[in-house]
Write a protein that binds this ligand. Structure first.
Ligand SMILES: [Zn+2]
Length: 284
């Protein structure tokens, strides 16, 4: 650039250069950017999308079980004496709700227990037994739950998911976790229905006194498959020295197709489901 006093000065100018890529490369680049700068939003979107893909490709050999721990339920008495209503003597039950999706059916489920441990160990055996009986063709289990809370994404659960299902003859287990704070959905609705029905029964003069009795009552009155879980189901007997996986909070998918062996990764992928794939760098 030439100035009025005759001097020449160098300036830089930004210009656009036209470049041509395929749409796929552009999408992949955008995906990468989004992943780097906005991990949380990316994970929410990605997990929803992955589960949608899974639902579309499910066959008669697959089942998707969306589960969620629902808060405790107070035992109810049609006419409560004051000491029960206000005192510490009021019994509580724990509810574990879920929805079982097969290629032909959607089945709401709820387990009830007097044990308040909230561990999924309790719900797993009775539900898997029921699935095997109802749908003998099913060999691949897909679970969906919220993650960063304590009960699902811990070493005990990893051990359980890589052992118990194989005792029932399932061939693969694939557990996906929704992003923090975005795991609510159908199981929550099941919990609300169960609690409302328990309230309705109590208001019509039926005492709710324990898990087994509630289960029998609701199996007769609701379109929800109820499971009573006795205390003994909650004990996880393992002589294995379980190691905590580093970076557990980041894990969004755990896969197992042989006893005691798991692989895991930051986000879910079902491109080769029910087989595992190498997308998103799985770790063993
Ligand atoms: Zn994949």
């Amino acid at each position: 650039m030439k100035l009025s006093n005759g001097e020449t000065k160098l300036t830089s100018m930004t210009v656009k250069i036209k470049d041509t890529f395929s749409l796929n490369i552009l999408c992949a680049e955008f995906d990468k950017e989004l992943r780097n700068c906005c991990q949380h939003v990316y994970n929410i979107e990605h997990q929803y999308k992955a589960i949608r893909v899974l639902k579309e490709k499910m066959t008669k050999h697959d089942v998707l079980i969306h589960i969620d721990f629902s808060e405790n339920l107070m035992c109810k008495y049609a006419s409560e004496v004051q000491s029960v209503h206000f005192g510490a003597s009021q019994r509580q039950l724990s509810l574990h709700t879920g929805v079982v999706y097969t290629v032909s059916q959607t089945l709401p489920i709820c387990s009830v227990s007097d044990n308040l441990a909230h561990s999924p160990t309790g719900i797993l055996r009775p539900v898997l037994r029921d699935i095997k009986e109802r749908y003998p063709d099913i060999v691949n289990l897909f679970f969906l739950s919220d993650g960063p809370t304590t009960q699902y994404k811990i070493k005990d659960n990893f051990f359980m998911m890589s052992s118990i299902p194989f005792e029932f003859g399932f061939a693969s287990v694939n557990w996906s976790y929704t992003e923090a704070g975005h795991g609510k959905g159908a199981p929550d609705g099941v919990g609300a229905v169960v609690k409302r029905e328990a309230d309705r029964l109590a208001s019509h003069g039926t005492d709710i006194t324990g898990a087994q009795q509630l289960c029998t009552l609701l199996n007769d009155n609701l379109n929800v498959q109820m499971f009573y879980i006795p205390d003994k189901e909650f004990s996880l007997s393992t002589s294995h020295n379980l190691q905590t996986i580093k970076g557990t909070m980041k894990i969004h998918q755990v896969f197992s197709n042989s006893k005691y062996v798991i692989s895991y990764r930051d986000v879910s992928c079902f491109c080769k489901a029910p087989m595992s794939c190498n997308c998103f760098t799985p770790m063993v």
